[in-house]
Ligand binder design. Structure first.
Ligand code: KG4
Ligand code: ZN
Length: 353
């Protein structure tokens, strides 16, 4: 089954052709990072307008790179319909509707979070063996700019939310702390870059909700961000130059370590409690080298299989949307219904397990 997938939920215009849910025939991402940099974050109206300009050439490039010479040669068209920025989602959904109508191919609405989950199912260079199809239950950590969610996945499409952030998402905390340290947008890669030279032991930052019975699988990153703000203010009061490169690197490294430790600790606690056969981490923050290394070590120590996407599949892309669409519609009839809508706050569909 050959699926054309489209993703425009935030600031990346993306299209991909995916074969049988796992093989990437093409994967095109037009990023808007440069456009939003001067605003210090994603400017929704600017994002929608840029999607309108980019979507057609991005889809054409994806079809061409996959050797698809006509839209009728794909079996279905998948598109992210939420969660995300409503105006951005609309561009992808309306384009997909037009293509589905013109080609008579079924239209498959995909949840963006389910897309991130299935990024671990894709075969990619450097990862010839992605997640096996039968290794359930799995514990999934989604960490992105908008989400921090710990999920128990019992089978394909069977999810139970174990916990989530009570305030800021992990990526949001990265972006806010980066702004505080004047490191620019997007914050995650900037913090990682300077943290490489930093001493993560230098500042003792809090590990929010680390050992909290009531919030065992929930997260909170707003307090950690405030702790960094207070640290910077205290240092300034003490007459320390907080723009000094070593100082910035040490603060960034200490922050990065606090975030990774909380994420990994809770993910492994969930894996133990639910006897998971595998742990999967996904979403933009899963590109973080410190998190990747720590999770790898801790999963090995716990004896649980660990999967994390290659870097190009961590941040938003359409390949993951094609993978999720394939697995979702494996067990369902393709209705071809064109009456789909966008949902800015669409939750992951939970099943009673
Ligand atoms: O999944 P994604 O591309 O978009 C959303 O669905 O939100 O995630 C973007 C987030 C941003 O907050 C960005 O700062 C963060 O992922 N991110 C990182 C890294 N690369 C991207 N955070 C930490 N370390 C990174 N290397
Ligand atoms: Zn995302």
């Amino acid at each position: 089954m050959r699926i054309l997938a489209i993703e425009t939920s935030c600031d990346e215009t993306a299209a991909a052709v995916i074969i049988d849910g796992r093989q990437i025939a093409s994967n095109v991402v037009a990023t808007q990072i440069e456009l939003h940099r001067r605003f210090g974050g994603v400017f929704p109206e600017v994002a929608s307008r840029q999607h309108v300009l980019s979507i057609q050439p991005v889809i054409e490039e994806a079809l061409q790179a996959a050797g698809v010479d006509h839209i009728n040669a794909v079996d279905a068209i998948a598109v992210t319909h939420g969660p995300g920025l409503a105006g951005s989602l609309l561009v992808g959904v309306n384009t997909a509707k037009g293509l589905a109508f013109a080609s008579g191919r079924p239209l498959l609405p995909v949840n963006h979070l389910e897309g991130h989950i299935y990024s671990n199912w894709l075969v990619a260079p450097g990862r010839p063996n992605p997640v096996p199809d039968d290794a359930f239950p799995a514990v999934i950590l989604i960490v992105s700019g908008g989400h921090t969610e710990l999920i128990l996945m019992q089978d394909h499409g069977q999810y139970r939310l174990l916990g989530s952030t009570l305030d800021d998402a992990a990526g949001e905390a990265y972006d806010k702390v980066a702004r505080l340290l004047d490191l620019g947008f997007p914050g995650g890669p900037a913090i990682q870059r300077v943290a490489q030279q930093g001493n993560a032991e230098r500042f003792a930052l809090p590990r929010p909700l680390l050992h909290h019975d009531e919030h065992r699988f929930n997260f909170s990153f707003s307090g950690l961000k405030t702790a960094v703000l207070n640290l910077v203010r205290q240092l300034q009061t003490d007459g320390v130059d907080v723009t000094d490169a070593t100082m910035v690197a040490d603060i960034a490294a200490s922050f990065q370590r606090a975030v990774s430790e909380v994420l990994v600790h809770k993910t492994l606690a969930a894996a133990r409690q639910h006897r998971a056969r595998q742990v999967c981490i996904c979403g933009g923050v899963s590109a973080n080298a410190h998190l990747r290394a720590l999770a790898e070590v801790e999963c090995r120590r716990a004896g649980v299989a660990f999967y994390i996407p290659p870097l190009f599949l961590c941040t938003d892309n359409a390949a993951m949307i094609g993978a999720a669409a394939y697995y979702r519609w494996q067990h369902r009839p393709l209705t071809g219904d064109l009456a789909i809508d966008v949902f800015a706050n669409l939750p992951l569909p939970e099943t009673a397990v």
